[in-house]
Design a protein around this ligand. Structure first.
Ligand code: GLY
Length: 435
């Protein structure tokens, strides 16, 4: 089979890597790809949003199916476009992708299908939004969300009403997020641990992946500005069998029911962002694709051929496939350019990659480029290094000993990925509970 992966990040490198392990795959293309994907796939210089060129390429190269990584082409209708041309593609339709591309739509969907989520109000008019905030308690924490896609920059946790009013003005009047912030949500603040539940679905049935946890802030101890994600690990000890069952019955089942009831065409991955409200899982957000960097932690544990999963999804026969996961612990640390998520310089040589020889460690490229035979930095998040091991402590030690082998100028990474998980395990053990 021949497959095209659309996208250029660490997530897409991890997807290509899974396809490269499949005996059923003869050739992988990645559009546009990155330095890392160029080692296992053929990079094609076509933008993820140029559907004309992508479909021409797929037809011309007899590609069996396409897998879409990022949200923007999904929100613009890449799946509808390909299917109208009779081409197979894994991803939700434009309408279904609104679960991610419109926070207002997604909240209305949750309300309609009785899916637990924070209380909210939506606004399309700035005066109404400001008047609503005026009636709030002075120092109450409150969340403001842009309705549209904002590349991870659309959610603000505000400390009181003055802060919230400023954010509303920036979004709705100054248009700092462009059209994405023209409509907003004002949402009740819930402060609990967050978990990512990713699910394969064909729109009829679903199969849950092991729960993972992202680390969104740039610095250790969750300090500094939000990023696209600085590391992730899976499985999460907090995600007990009991919690997984609750997420399945109270959330995922209802989403699938809603997808069917709304006649949405959903084939691919659904990402359910959870926040714990006490012992109850609440939905923070839906994404209609694999998460980044969660995917770089999760996929190395996949013990079923991703090609078979895609086939089952495309045939709408996912219910017949048993998907297996290695019973290991996986942790991914992102190496970023100094200055990210603000401005940063590119073009620094990445040194030491050849020193990573551990069989349980994989380097996924994100912002890299191959220049005169050498990898150079080409983005904010440059590499994700993932290690797997039978226990969390060994996986953390392994990943950080490999991170130390790599270097580029101004390299920045978090030193505490997975640490909170370790602390929780120690606490639980001291309290007499075994994980
Ligand atoms: N890790 C967050 C996301 O993929 O949206």
């Amino acid at each position: 089979m021949r497959v095209l992966v659309v996208g250029s990040g660490g997530r897409e490198h991890a997807i290509c890597q899974q396809f490269s392990k499949s005996f059923k795959i003869k050739k992988i293309y990645c559009a546009p790809g990155n330095g890392g994907t160029s080692q296992i796939a053929e990079n094609i210089s076509i933008s993820v949003n140029d559907f004309d060129k992508l479909t021409d390429f797929v037809r011309g190269n007899k590609i069996d199916f396409t897998f879409v990584g990022p949200e923007v082409p999904l929100s613009l209708g890449i799946v509808d476009y390909f299917e109208a041309e009779g081409l197979k593609i894994v991803g939700p339709s434009k309408d279904a992708a609104r679960l991610e591309s419109s926070k207002i739509y997604s909240k209305e969907f949750m309300q309609k299908y009785d899916i637990p989520t924070a209380q909210y109000k939506s606004f399309t008019n700035i005066d109404n939004a400001l008047a609503f905030l005026e009636n709030l308690e002075e120092n109450k924490k409150i969340v403001i969300k842009a309705d549209g896609l904002a590349a991870g920059k659309g959610v603000y946790i505000c400390n009181g009403k003055e802060d919230a009013k400023n954010v509303v003005e920036q979004m709705m009047s100054d248009k700092v997020l462009g059209n994405a912030g023209a409509s907003i949500i004002i949402e009740e603040y819930i402060g609990g641990p967050e978990l990512s539940y990713l699910v394969f679905t064909d729109g009829i049935s679903y199969s849950m992946m092991p729960a993972s946890q992202d680390h969104k802030r740039i610095n250790d101890d969750d300090k500094g500005p939000n990023t696209g994600g600085m590391g992730a690990y899976t499985p999460v000890p907090l995600a007990t069998d009991e919690l997984n069952k609750k997420v399945a019955s109270d959330i995922v089942c209802k989403v699938i029911y809603g997808i069917k009831a709304e006649k949405l065409d959903y084939k691919g991955v659904l990402y359910v962002g959870i926040i714990m409200n006490g012992s109850s899982p609440y939905v923070l957000e839906f994404n209609c694709r694999f998460g980044d960097p969660e995917t770089q932690a999760i996929l190395p544990l996949l013990d079923t051929d991703l090609t078979d999963i895609c086939g089952a999804i495309l045939d709408k026969k996912l219910t017949n496939l048993k998907i297996n996961w290695k019973k290991e612990f996986s942790i991914c640390v992102v190496l970023a350019s100094g200055g990210y998520p603000g401005s940063f310089k590119k073009g620094f040589e990445i040194k030491g990659l050849e020193n990573i020889k551990d069989k349980d460690t994989i380097v996924f490229h994100a912002g890299t480029k191959l220049e005169n035979g050498k990898f150079v930095t080409f983005g904010g998040r440059v590499l994700s290094i993932t290690s797997t091991a039978s226990d969390i402590r060994s996986a953390i030690d392994k990943v950080y000993s490999n991170v130390k082998l790599v270097h580029f100028e101004n390299m920045h990474y978090r030193k505490d990925i997975g640490k909170s998980c370790l602390h929780n395990i120690i606490k639980r053990t001291l309290n007499g509970k075994q994980d």
